[in-house]
Structures are given as C-alpha cells and as structure tokens.
Design a protein around this ligand. Structure first.
Ligand SMILES: C[C@H]1O[C@@H](n2cnc3c(O)ncnc32)[C@H](O)[C@@H]1O
Ligand SMILES: [Zn+2]
Length: 435
C-alpha cells in the first residue's frame, strides 16, 4: 500500500488556499491542526508533505443522518410513498440482511462518503458491530445507533432493549475515539411510549446521544395527534428523548412551537432535502423557525435507498434550493450557511470537534480541486462548493490527520465495490427465493 495511507504521521499541507489566502496547514502526530499560516511549514518537520497548490481547503463534512449499509439497496425501490416504500420494499428485504451484508454495505458507504468529502456520519441501522468494524478499517468517524423498533409489542421491546444494550457495550469496549454509540428509537410511529421512555433514560444513564426520525410526513403528525392528543416533538420530549445530544432527522412537519421546543432543548435537527423531495413528504423543514429558536441545524443524506447517494456537496445544494423554493425566499439559507450546516453544525451534533479549520481542532480536512470546471471562475469558494460542485471535485481527505484519500485514490476501492455488488445481488436473491 502507498506509504501515504499507512499510519498516523505529521503532515504538512503546503501552499493551500483558505478563504482566498495561501497558507500552510501543519498537522501533528496526534492528528490535530498545530498551526495555520504563511510560515506553518517552519513549525514542524513533517513526515508527509501534501502539495496544496491548486487546492481549496475546507473542513471535512459530517453527514448527520444515514443508514450507511443501505448502499446495498440503492435503486431497489424508487418513486414510492414513504409508508409503501418501507412496508412493501425496504422492510421485507431488510428481513434477510446479515452482518456480512452490513459490513460490505457500510464499507461501500464509507468509500462513497470519503470520495465526496465526508469524514464523519451518524448512522442508524442493524448489525452495527459490523458497521463499526467497517468504519474502523476505513478511518472515518461515526456514531452508531441500533434502529429500535418495537411496534408496540412488549416482547419485541425486550429484544430491542437487549440489542441496544449489547451495541452500547460493544462500542464502548472498542475504546476508539472515532467511534461512538447512540440510542436509536426509529420514530414515534414505530416505537411505543414505553420504548421511547426507555431510550431517553438509557441515553441519559450511558451519557450518549439519541438518533431519531421526527415529523417526516404529515401522516405522522395527524396520526400522533389522533392517538396521543399531542404533536410528535412534544411526545418525544415527554419521553425524555429531546436532549442536547439528540439528532432529529427530517423535522419537515414541525410547527413553530415544536421548533421553539427543539431550540430550548438544544436539539440538532438534521435536514435531509434530497430524501424529502424524492419521497414527496410535501413540506420542507422550517429552517427559519429552527434558526430563530436556536436549534443546531445540520445536514444529512438519509440512506441510499431514498437519496440515492451520500454526496454532501450535492446535499448542500438541495438544502439551499429547497429552502428558498419552499419558503419563497431567495435569501434563505445562503451558501455560507449551507457549508456551516455540513461542517460545524454536524460536528457539534456528533461532538467531533469544532468542524472548522482552526489550530487545536482535529485535522478533518478536505482539499477541493481549484482548477476543476466547477471552481472556474473562483469568485466565492462557498458559492462554488454549494451551487456548482459535487463530490467529484474532492481530491484529498484527511480524518484526524490520517490521509483517507489522496489525488482521488482510496486504498482497496475495487475490492470494496465488487464485494458490495456481490452482497447486494445475494441479498436480493435470498429475499426472492423466500417469497
Ligand atoms: C433503521 C430503519 O429506518 C429505515 N429508514 C430508512 N430511511 C427511512 C426514512 O426516510 N424514514 C423512516 N425510516 C427509514 C431503514 O430502512 C431501517 O429499517
Ligand atoms: Zn432515515
């Protein structure tokens, strides 16, 4: 394997452009940014030097809502209503998933995320011990929640509690600072109030985050009000699931009072515009209210069966365009805010650092090709990143100072792709034989 990928070393990124200035970025052996400036090269005797000329540096992106192994289900069921999509296509296939499938699907997801500039993600799925193994090998950061679904059945709830406890114990035993556990109550329509309350209490006891789908569709809100006499965010709050370490995905149908509640509780809202448009949930997350009430607004792709990729540069554009269109305001969610959502807000949601290029921060760094067509002309780097480029402009990616991709080469890429293709084929074959 190429030396550059092999181990944690001190790294110098020489002569790279940040905000229109040419600087060096020095990274120490512990993976932190040691200095940034015109003369940063003088501050370290770097083991590895990356030529930063013709490169624009930005913080590594953070995908705050994924089901990574759903890369294997990409294109398996498209153009459907959420409930039909889940019950007719996705859940029947997921019933045949194995740990090996999740390992292979997550490796493919990591490859795709690295190639498009993402260094960390927030994942909710099954067989998460195998997903964690995949992430460890790929060198990214991730937070793993077992998708807790009890459908109101006590027996099922007991099994979900055991699975959640086992995952938390396993992740904590890894003692890997790049890998964290969270509790993953799927949603208020798939988890009983008893199950939600257990999740809230367990997250508090274990001092870990919560990852939940919230107010994705109007049906979720209407059914919740009919059954419980309150809206979904209020129900979640009463069950102890709205905390400063909660990431609530979608948040499309929140009303103003619920946005205030999320702000008061310090919740992170993960905006998933591509998935929301594809599943036609028919309302855009109320960005303006969430911002007004101080919620941390981050960005996510959702899984590859509803997006159908994991490209956060594309997602920034979807977010900026959807918000402007849906709320009839061309000034809403400008490019700089979209970049902050994908970087600093995501890092805050997962607690992975400041998500900025600053001294002392983890060296989670992406280098974009300044000579790419999408970066020409280069009046505003944020504008090009959000409105013109996609993941294809990403050349080099570092996570905690370790080089995960350089000049678009990721170690082991061919094998990851061929093994994932075989796993997807075999999964569908097994499901078809069983039906
Ligand atoms: C963890 C479970 O969540 C399912 N899932 C994937 N995408 C969505 C979505 O947009 N809304 C609700 N549930 C979703 C996934 O297939 C797993 O079963
Ligand atoms: Zn989801």
């Amino acid at each position: 394997m190429n030396e550059i990928f092999s181990a944690q070393r001190s790294v110098l990124i020489a002569g790279v452009t940040i905000d229109g200035s040419t600087v060096d970025i020095a990274i120490d052996e512990t993976g932190l940014i040691a200095s940034i400036g015109e003369d940063a090269r003088k501050t370290i005797d770097a083991d590895i030097v990356i030529d930063g000329s013709d490169r624009l540096a930005m913080p590594g992106m953070v995908n705050t809502h994924t089901h990574a192994a759903m890369t294997l289900l990409r294109g398996y069921g498209d153009d459907m209503l959420l409930q039909d999509w889940l019950s007719q296509k996705i859940w029947p296939l997921e019933a045949h998933l194995t740990g090996d499938d999740v390992y292979r699907g997550t490796k493919l997801a990591c490859l795709e995320m690295i190639r498009s500039g993402t260094v960390a993600f927030n994942d909710m799925y099954f067989f998460m011990d195998r997903a964690a193994a995949a992430v460890d090998e790929m060198g990214m950061r991730a937070t793993f929640a077992y998708g807790f679904i009890d459908l109101g059945m006590e027996e099922k709830r007991e099994a979900e509690i055991k699975a959640t406890e086992a995952l938390t114990t396993h992740i904590k035993s890894l003692n890997n600072p790049r890998i964290q556990a969270a509790v993953g109550p799927h949603s208020i329509y798939t988890v009983s109030q008893e199950g939600l309350s257990w999740c809230g209490e367990y997250a508090k006891e274990q001092d870990i985050g919560i990852h939940v789908h919230l107010s994705e569709t109007e049906k979720e809100v209407i059914d919740c009000v009919a059954q419980f006499g309150k809206r979904p965010a209020v129900l979640l709050d009463e069950c102890g699931c709205l905390t400063p370490r909660t990431v609530a995905a979608h948040c499309c149908w929140l009303d103003e009072a619920e946005c205030r509640l999320l702000g008061e509780r310090g919740v992170s809202a993960s905006h998933n515009p591509a998935s929301n448009m594809k599943l036609a949930v028919n309302r855009a997350m109320p960005y303006h209210w969430l911002k007004q009430y101080g919620a941390n607004i981050a960005l996510g792709t959702d899984g590859c069966a509803s997006n159908n990729n994991l490209d956060m540069l594309e997602e920034m554009k979807f977010a900026a365009l959807l918000q402007k269109f849906a709320w009839n305001s061309p000034t809403l969610l400008p490019a700089g805010e979209a970049v902050s959502m994908a970087t600093a807000a995501g890092a805050r949601a997962l607690g992975t650092g400041p998500g900025t290029l600053t001294v002392g921060a983890p060296a989670d760094i992406v280098l974009l090709d300044a000579r790419a067509a999408c970066n020409t002309p280069l009046f505003h780097a944020d504008s090009n990143a959000v409105y013109a480029c996609n993941g294809g402009a990403v050349m080099t990616v570092l996570c905690g100072g370790r080089i995960l991709m350089h000049e678009r080469e990721v170690p082991g890429e061919e094998e990851i792709v061929s093994e994932a293709a075989a796993a997807a084929r075999s999964l569908v074959d097994r499901a078809e034989q069983a039906s």
